[in-house]
Design a protein around this ligand. Structure first.
Ligand code: HEC
Length: 275
């Protein structure tokens, strides 16, 4: 905080004041406000294609993993503020060669992931930016990590989330889904690209809702509608505005119907949204 005037004996009052200032601050928060000027976290040009192993099943686990890979929430509060997800660095499973945060990167495509910027207390005290690796073919390159070594992708992914970025403890199903998604990344073999599945940016996550709607699993519906809405928000500029609005409204309606225990209506809304 810029101003640190003392209010003796009134810590609670001070806390309340800070709380109010934060709550009623009218300015929206932009990633740039939280990052040093000149930093770049999203890849906007020369976006690498997402290359999947031939025969990859686009099932619920794959889709959920793909969605989580693009969700800043799983990496914790700092990541949410700057809109940073796994995909910001490992874009489409490859490398964001433009990634650059002043003070953490010595050149684009490199970053210090053990710096107190990510999480106070986890600083290794060394200025050590390293190359962001491509995750193509990562399923076959165990063990993982440079600074700390992990035997498998499950353990490394947990480490990335909780220790590097200070995110909340992931659920086993979340790790499982992320690993399934990462295991589908194929190595880009030149001249053989036509045998690989290349996904497009607007892959829909709506199918994820079907099972929880049939199982009347409100907690899961709540989580998924929230994550999918956030994802649409992040891609709003790439989507047709009408489509984005229709999807977001539809997701809110589905969640509200489920909250009222009206699952038949919720399923109907879901089916019409998928058309
Ligand atoms: C700020 C950029 C950044 C973000 C965000 C990020 N990573 Fe990484 N990732 C790196 C860097 C740098 C390394 C190399 C560091 C190391 O090996 O410890 C790495 C290494 C990895 C590796 C090991 C690759 C190998 O071959 O050893 C995996 C797997 C991985 N990241 C997955 C993820 C996942 C999953 C997420 C999201 C939960 C994520 N990363 C988020 C920068 C990032």
């Amino acid at each position: 905080m810029a101003e640190r005037r003392k209010v003796p004996g009134r810590p609670f009052l001070r806390l309340l004041l800070v709380g109010f200032t934060v709550m009623f601050s009218p300015a929206p928060s932009f990633a740039e406000d939280w990052l040093p000027p000149g930093s770049a976290t999203e890849k906007t040009s020369n976006i690498p294609p997402e290359i999947l192993r031939p025969g990859t099943a686009i099932d619920d686990r794959f889709l959920y993993g793909r969605l989580l890979f693009r969700s800043p929430e799983i990496l914790g509060e700092k990541a949410v503020r700057i809109g940073l997800s796994c995909d910001s660095c490992h874009t489409n499973g490859d490398v964001n060669t433009d990634f650059h945060i002043l003070g953490l990167s010595d050149r684009p495509g490199r970053v210090d992931v053990s710096h107190r910027f990510w999480q106070a207390g986890f600083d290794d005290g060394i200025d050590n930016p390293i190359d962001i690796p491509s995750l193509r073919g990562v399923g076959e390159t165990a063990p993982y990590g440079t600074l700390k070594i992990f035997a498998n992708l499950h353990a490394f992914t947990s480490h990335v989330i909780t220790e590097e970025f200070g995110g909340p403890l992931p659920l086993p199903g979340e790790i499982e889904a992320l690993v399934t998604y990462m295991n589908s990344f194929d190595i880009n073999v030149l001249n053989k690209s036509d045998t690989h599945v290349k996904t497009n940016e607007d892959m829909s996550y709506l199918p994820l809702l079907e099972t929880p709607l049939q199982d009347h699993d409100y907690a899961k519906i709540d989580e998924l509608t929230d994550r999918i809405r956030a994802d649409i928000g992040r891609r709003a500029t790439a989507l047709q505005q009408d489509d984005a609005i229709r999807l977001i409204k539809g997701l809110i309606d589905i969640r509200n119907k489920a909250a009222q225990n009206e699952y038949e209506e919720a399923l109907e809304l879901y089916r019409s949204l998928r058309q």
